[in-house]
Design a protein around this ligand. Structure first.
Ligand code: EPU
Length: 346
């Protein structure tokens, strides 16, 4: 059904079901859903009165979201297509993709073209446009390491602005876009893939997988295949079991606190940071707190990776919040470490 307002020419849907549009599979409806395939579509959508007065949400692949209830505003679902090589020189390749492209298909396409550099980020769910929002990262590489610039529409004015690396304010699973929800819609992202290509295979799980495959000097596609195998083994496929990837960030603590924890728990994984602080493994803390593979109602911690919360069927955002709070309370009581959820709550 089309809503009776200025959005109907864009094929807007009223009372739209969002449960298939979030990888957690949480039940929720949006007052209005508009699929945008171009910057012109975005501008038309935000020119309507209900956009300027109501609540707003930009949706990519819905892979980093927890709906805590119905959404009584307008959802813009980004479906902007396109991918092309912009430039190639001795130092690398510059590639551009539309915000609505599927991230993993884009990564595999770059590898098929012979442009290596994104292989460690294979099989991450979501879209190209959502990737910079939380600065996706895996197996020793972050999006920021391969980023050149992006274009985003200012959702207050409709103006298109170019953001370079510095303007994005990237941090660990963080960016200026994540800190200002509803302000920007990422329409196009440009990547810089440096030459000569060098494999990044130091991450323990990846190194083990490549060794098991007998790959001592892997090509980029072999690294991608190994990443895919590790992810399939450890992480649940959202098409089969609802989840939003890592549910908590890995906490960063000062060196002194880390030393105190290590005295009590000598086997605790910890990773020194450039800042002198130490990053802890939230999955390990959750497992030690007894939550790995355990459920509370329809939501549980995944049996192969405690950091991922999964929807065993029919869960609501409230169920997810109850389990998240229980885990956070137990980890805090046991280790004095406060976990911070990673997905965006809507
Ligand atoms: N660990 C446990 N028990 C668990 C899970 C992990 O003891 O249930 C231990 C592991 O043995 C290892 C350490 O914790 O010593 C780290 O585990 P892992 O290598 O699986 O990585 P992670 O820190 O749990 C992070 C990212 C993932 C990314 C992987 C690989 C965050 C929040 N998560 O997980 O990203 O795929 O590293 O690089 O930084 C995501 O963001 O959605 C995501 C999946």
């Amino acid at each position: 059904m089309a809503p009776s307002n200025g959005l109907d020419t864009l094929g807007a849907v009223a009372a739209a079901d969002l449960s298939r549009l979030n990888t957690f599979g949480l039940r929720a409806r949006a007052a209005c859903l508009v699929k945008v395939r171009s910057v012109a579509d975005v501008r038309a959508a935000i020119a309507t009165p209900q956009w300027s007065t109501g609540r707003r949400l930009v949706l990519g692949g819905g892979s980093n979201l927890v709906f805590t209830g119905d959404f009584d505003g307008t959802v813009l679902k980004v479906e902007i297509p396109g991918r092309r090589l912009l430039r190639v020189d001795d130092e690398g390749w510059t590639i551009e993709a539309g915000g609505g492209e599927c991230w993993h298909d884009f990564v595999r396409w770059t590898l098929d073209q012979g442009w290596p550099g994104l292989e460690n980020l294979s099989l991450i769910p979501g879209t190209v446009g959502a990737a910079p929002i939380q600065n996706i990262g895996a197996y020793g590489l972050e999006l920021a390491d391969r980023f050149e610039s992006l274009d985003a529409v200012d959702l207050d004015t409709g103006a298109l602005r170019m953001f370079d690396l510095a303007a994005c304010g990237f941090g660990y699973r963080d960016s200026v876009f994540k800190r200002n929800p509803g302000r920007w819609l990422v329409s196009t992202v440009r990547f810089r893939l440096p030459r000569p290509w060098q494999p990044l295979t130091r991450y323990a799980d990846l190194a083990l997988e490549l060794a098991a495959r007998g790959c001592s000097a892997p090509e980029a596609r072999a690294v991608s295949d190994a990443v895919i195998a590790v992810r399939r083994r450890k992480l649940p496929d959202p098409a089969e079991i609802g989840n939003a990837g890592s549910f908590f960030k890995n906490p960063v603590v000062d060196a002194e606190r880390c030393a105190r924890l290590l005295a009590a728990h000598p086997g605790m994984p910890h990773y020194p940071q450039a800042s002198g602080q130490e990053k802890l493994a939230a999955g390990w803390l959750i497992e030690q707190a007894g939550w790995k593979g355990r459920s509370l109602g329809p939501v549980g911690s995944y049996s192969h990776q405690a950091l991922v919360l999964v929807n065993h069927g029919g869960a609501t955002g409230g169920d997810v919040q109850r389990l998240a709070q229980a885990i956070m309370a137990d980890v805090e009581a046991r280790f004095g470490v406060c976990l911070e959820p990673e997905p965006v709550f809507v």
